[in-house]
Design a protein around this ligand. Structure first.
Ligand code: MG
Length: 202
């Protein structure tokens, strides 16, 4: 399986990091070793002093396909969950300045935290209200109506380049409010009132 991530997919987040709005989806990937499954603690790696959380809606791919046409895109995901795209912001900044790839800042071990998944059927028009609490306080609030590129557009776009395979995950981008974590923090992700993800930082 692979983990496909979309960057800068909410205008308010692109703005908070002083990034221009993309005209096409900004795509990067994480390897399977980046996965940190539901309920496991995240250990801050020694190579960074500034790991940021980025709460994102995650699509679970349910069938194989390439060059998916727009009218069929919604058939490629049935379950939706939450994930945290852990980012070594200090390292990412250096990569950006040098024009280098982001992998060491974004795709390191356990940088893709995921929670539980639920059927997408309960959401009308894929509208999902989601939020992240850090130590009980809300730090991020997202509404998928604010996505620059919709789920279906992402499926269509990404599958032009990469064959989608059952079990692949797509992180669809984070809203504003990203910030640093430290040892002892507890992160909790919610869809509406339902807690879908919990991660202790060590
Ligand atoms: Mg992200």
């Amino acid at each position: 399986m692979k983990i496909i991530c979309i960057g800068r997919n909410y205008a308010d987040h692109a703005k908070e990091l002083n990034n221009p709005l993309p005209k096409e989806p900004l795509v990067f990937m994480k390897p399977p070793t980046a996965l940190l499954l539901e309920g496991k603690a995240f250990y801050i790696p020694a190579f960074t002093d500034d790991v940021h959380y980025e709460l994102e809606v995650v699509l679970k791919i349910c069938k194989n396909g390439r060059h998916v046409q727009p009218e069929f895109a919604s058939g490629y995901y049935e379950e939706i969950g939450l994930g945290i795209d852990m980012t070594a912001r200090d390292i990412q900044q250096k990569c950006k300045e040098k024009g280098h790839p982001w992998e060491i800042a974004k795709a390191f071990d356990h940088s893709a935290v995921i929670g539980s998944f639920c059927s997408k059927e309960q959401f009308v028009d894929n509208r999902i209200l989601f939020s992240l609490n850090k130590n009980g306080e809300t730090v991020q609030k997202g509404d998928t109506q604010d996505l620059i590129f919709s789920f279906d557009y992402i499926i269509q776009y990404v599958s032009k380049y990469f064959k989608l395979q059952m079990g692949d995950l797509i992180f669809t981008g984070t809203p504003a409010g990203v910030g640093p974590i430290k040892k002892g923090d507890v992160l909790e992700g919610f869809v509406g009132e339902d807690r879908m993800l919990r991660c202790e930082i060590r």
